[in-house]
Design a protein around this ligand. Structure first.
Ligand SMILES: [Zn+2]
Ligand SMILES: [Zn+2]
Length: 111
């Protein structure tokens, strides 16, 4: 038999409470740090937006005219190498939006 000081129920609630405090603390810390990081990131992103020059390719719009369909939203694609069978297809690059995300600035409008 092990004779524990403070009785059999003594240390257990303390350990449980300490564990809960530690786990809660870790959760709180990770929550706070992720929130802080998110705020910091958006802040630095906003700073970048203010100071960064606008994208030259899209002139700061974040998108460019679709080069595949040239703003017609359809392409004349032939499944065979036969020019007789040519049917218009929805442009796979822009999905018919006639614009595509700027590849230079990844749609942000600045670099
Ligand atoms: Zn297109
Ligand atoms: Zn751009």
């Amino acid at each position: 038999m092990v004779d524990r000081p403070g009785g059999p129920r003594g240390p257990l609630p303390l350990v449980t409470t300490a564990g809960a405090v530690i786990v809660g603390g870790i959760l709180a810390v990770s929550f706070v740090s992720s929130a802080f990081l998110g705020a910091f990131r958006s802040l630095s992103e906003a700073n970048r937006k203010m100071t960064a020059p606008p994208c030259r390719i899209c002139k700061g719009r974040g998108f460019t005219e679709c080069r595949l369909c040239k703003r017609s939203s359809v392409i004349h694609w032939s499944p065979l190498l036969d020019p007789v069978v040519k049917k218009p297809c929805l442009c796979p690059t822009c999905d018919g939006n006639k614009v595509q995300r700027c590849l230079n600035c990844v749609g942000k409008g600045y670099v």
